[in-house]
Design a protein around this ligand. Structure first.
Ligand code: KG4
Ligand code: ZN
Length: 341
């Protein structure tokens, strides 16, 4: 069962081909548009859409040749239908749906967040259900109870900035470019994480919600006060990780879950991976992460979600397609059960 997947929700154009029965990723190409957007200090939606359109055909041809396959071998096409930038989503959806229609294949509309959550299942030692998920990306910071594919319960989320956004905004304040999360983390390796006693946001409040905009302001103040950037970066990173760990302990205690999945771009952060791995093993549980290259946006995770839904009987019989700029995980249904309105 071979699934080709298309991802175009933000500023990465990606195509992957996944062999579901063999559990093998046959091809996985990502083109990052960073060069297109750097000068603007953030993603420009119209430029993103135009660049996706330009790159998709070549990327798809490249992925097919990596896999050594002809289009006649495909069994389905999966595409990210949201959440994301509407125009960017539209280009990927049109490409995928066009390919599916031309080849008479089912097309599956996949939720980008579901893709991130399931990405660790592409690894050597995949987690089994149920698990607690921490989804931390540039646009989302959520704690989710995952019972099965399509069965998600939101336990808490950021009330303002996402974790990746806080990394990126702090990095920008230190002149580290955009998106600067990974660069900030590299700089932090040279700094003293105890240099600046940032307040850990929301830890004294009950519940599982998060907030990072105050921390970003504190970083701005520390930079303005002249603290060395490496110390600001290290103290910021430590504060974020402390806060996430405290909230995760609370969520694990409340739910009784023993497996933790960390996904989304910020899951590539090595100190975060180390800390949460240690936390879970001290609790006799296990932490699971996607491999580093599959933390940030990619189509492999969309292909896997597509395969899991397809093999559970889901089809997309409609001739048209629609994308959703907003599409909360809780609106999803188990495969083949229809989407909640
Ligand atoms: O999942 P993703 O590629 O895109 C969204 O769906 O948002 O996540 C991108 C985010 C960016 O904010 C980026 O700075 C952050 O992930 N990120 C990191 C690291 N690598 C990527 N943040 C902290 N440490 C990293 N090593
Ligand atoms: Zn993402």
């Amino acid at each position: 069962m071979l699934v080709l997947a298309v991802e175009s929700s933000c500023d990465e154009t990606a195509i992957a081909i996944y062999d579901g029965r063999g559990g093998q990723l046959l091809a996985h190409r990502v083109h990052s548009q960073t060069d297109v957007h750097t000068a603007y200090g953030g993603v420009v939606p119209e430029l993103a859409a135009r660049d996706h359109m330009r790159r998709l055909p070549t990327l798809a041809r490249g992925a097919m040749s990596d896999a050594g396959l002809g289009y006649d071998r495909l069994d389905a096409v999966a595409y990210t239908a949201g959440p994301g930038l509407a125009g960017a989503l539209m280009t990927g959806a049109a490409f995928a749906k066009g390919l599916a229609t031309a080849r008479g294949l089912p097309a599956l509309a996949i939720n980008h967040l579901e893709g991130h959550l399931l990405a660790p299942m592409l690894g050597e030692d995949p987690p089994s259900f149920p698990f607690l998920a921490l989804l931390v990306s540039g646009g989302h910071s959520q704690l989710i109870e995952v019972a099965a594919v399509g069965r998600y319960r939101l336990l808490g989320e950021s009330l303002d900035d996402a974790v990746g956004e806080a990394f990126d905004k702090s990095a920008k304040l230190m002149g580290l470019g955009y998106p600067g999360g990974a660069a900030l983390s590299r700089l932090a390796e040279e700094g003293d994480p105890t240099a600046i006693p940032f307040t850990r946001p929301m830890i004294n409040r009950p519940g599982l919600d998060l907030s990072f905009s105050g921390l970003k302001t504190a970083v701005a103040n520390a930079v303005a006060a002249g603290y060395p950037h490496q110390d600001v970066a290290a103290s910021f990173e430590r504060t974020v990780i402390d806060t996430l760990e405290i909230k995760l302990r609370r969520a694990l205690d409340q739910t009784g879950l023993e497996r933790l999945v960390v996904a989304g771009g910020v899951a590539a952060n090595r100190p975060l991976r180390a800390r949460l791995t240690a936390m879970m093993s001290a609790r006799d549980g296990t932490a699971y992460f996607p491999e580093i290259a599959l933390c940030t946006d990619n189509a492999a995770m969309i292909a896997l979600a597509g395969y899991l839904r397809l093999s559970a009987g889901e089809r997309d019989p409609s001739a048209g397609f629609s994308v959703r700029a907003r599409w909360p995980l809780e609106m999803l249904a188990a495969p083949g059960q229809g989407q909640a309105a």
